[in-house]
Design a protein around this ligand. Structure first.
Ligand code: CO
Length: 428
């Protein structure tokens, strides 16, 4: 059994976090559960907030996004904040409103792709449905259907030899998960959701549901130090940020963890990074610590640093040609500082220097990632939040392989390194 000091213990805890979080709503519920167990109490956006120095709270917007904070002893305008940002969503498929599809003697579930999934990785896996249902009267319930009721079977090679030249998947026609044979009498998804929520089918009046892989996250690799799991992008950074925040001692500066939904589809929503959630929370924090000072928000933001934490690309064992030869992050090699000349990442000289110094304080190695000049670059919540708020931001993340696969790969050795680096940032 690993002990708490075992270098794999935090990786094992990440696996438990991922298994508890098949949807953004579940990730937020698990974050809230862990925050509550550590003494953080929930605030509602509709209430008036009373905040004392040292107070630790969290607030949830629309089920999929969460902001947690520990109020510092100094007013925000004079000390600023240290923030860690990550995202709760991952590429998947969203269940459609009219989802009861019947064809070829089967009953299927109509879904729509969400984000940039590696579509073929969803074939032949044990899938379920998870997320949030709206109930009559304005209540909501988290649901995860038991077992593995859904599947996207491959077409046998005998029925389409052209697959040897490359698999082409049309999401509308080919990626409709099968539920059962169409026997006319067996319960469908609607009945199963109601049963899982403990209500009548008529009481379910809306849903935000996604497909999820049911195979538990696993230790992998020859020495068992790798983690094979769904949704590591970006649940791994939600987990590292939370773990760092819970371990950080209260100080002068206010410490913040922001976990946004909708990053994989551009962040344009009320709970996404383009929305007002973080700005609203900061405005309310400052209103309490610096009442009546109309410049306080701007002073607080200008004194702050946001560490935008999202997974980065480790060099691929057989496709190293897709990496910039002088920038090849290794699994287990520590946090990756992400830079891009075209501002797909928010990291600049001051930000990268500041983060590297914090890592040095924590005894954590730093790696660097840039895209090849002949390849486009992914992005994160970092530049969006920096653009919206004018907050100094640095983009970092743990290295991984198979990003946006249904089953991704990272190193458990990077988990304590990320937690150590983010902890040093929050303590700064
Ligand atoms: Co991501």
């Amino acid at each position: 059994m690993p002990t708490p000091t075992d270098e794999l213990a935090l990786g094992d805890d990440l696996r438990a976090f991922v298994d508890a979080s098949p949807s953004p709503s579940h990730a937020v519920a698990e974050l809230a559960r862990r925050l509550g167990a550590a003494g953080f109490t929930e605030l509602a956006e509709v209430d008036r907030w009373q905040l004392a120095p040292g107070a630790a709270h969290f607030v949830v917007r629309r089920g999929g996004s969460l902001i947690a904070f520990r109020v510092g002893s100094a007013p925000l305008a004079s000390s600023g904040m240290r923030l860690v940002g990550a995202h709760t969503d991952s590429p998947t498929f969203k269940v459609r409103p009219h989802n009861d599809v019947r064809q070829a003697g089967y009953r299927l579930v109509g879904v729509e792709p969400y984000g940039g999934a590696l579509l073929h990785t969803w074939l032949d896996r044990e899938l379920t449905v998870a997320g949030r249902v709206a109930l009559r009267g304005g209540r909501t319930a988290l649901v995860r259907l038991p077992g593995a009721p859904l599947r996207l079977p491959s077409l046998a090679i005998h029925l389409d030899r052209s697959v040897r030249e490359g698999l082409t998947l049309d999401p509308q026609r080919h990626l409709v998960p099968v539920w059962d044979r169409d026997l006319g009498t067996t319960p469908g998804l609607a009945e199963a959701l109601a049963t899982a929520a403990g209500v009548d089918a008529d009481d379910v009046v809306g849903h935000d549901l996604v497909l999820a892989d049911t195979q538990p996250a696993a230790r992998a690799g020859a020495d068992g130090t790798w983690i094979a799991a769904p949704r590591l992008d970006d649940l791994a950074c939600c987990h590292s940020g939370l773990t760092a925040l819970l371990a950080a001692p209260a100080g002068e500066r206010t410490q913040v963890l922001v976990c946004n939904d909708h990053e994989e589809v551009g962040s344009g929503s009320m709970q996404g990074a383009r929305g007002s959630f973080l700005a609203d929370v900061i405005t309310r924090l400052v209103a309490v610590t610096d009442p009546g000072d109309v410049q306080a928000v701007h002073r607080a933001v200008a004194r702050s640093v946001l560490v935008s934490a999202d997974l980065g690309h480790a060099v691929h064992p057989t496709r190293a040609d897709r990496h910039e030869p002088a920038h090849t992050p290794e699994l287990g090699g520590g946090p990756v500082l992400k830079l891009n000349a075209n501002q797909a990442y928010a990291t600049d000289a001051l930000g990268s220097g500041w983060f590297a110094e914090r890592c040095a304080e924590a005894g954590v190695p730093v790696q660097y990632f840039v895209s090849r000049a002949d390849l486009p670059c992914g992005s994160t919540i970092g530049p969006l939040t920096a653009t919206r708020l004018g907050i100094p931001t640095v983009d970092v993340g743990a290295p991984m392989l198979a990003m946006h696969s249904c089953r991704e790969l990272a190193s458990a050795l990077d988990v304590p390194l990320m937690v150590g680096a983010l902890g040093a940032c929050l303590r700064d």
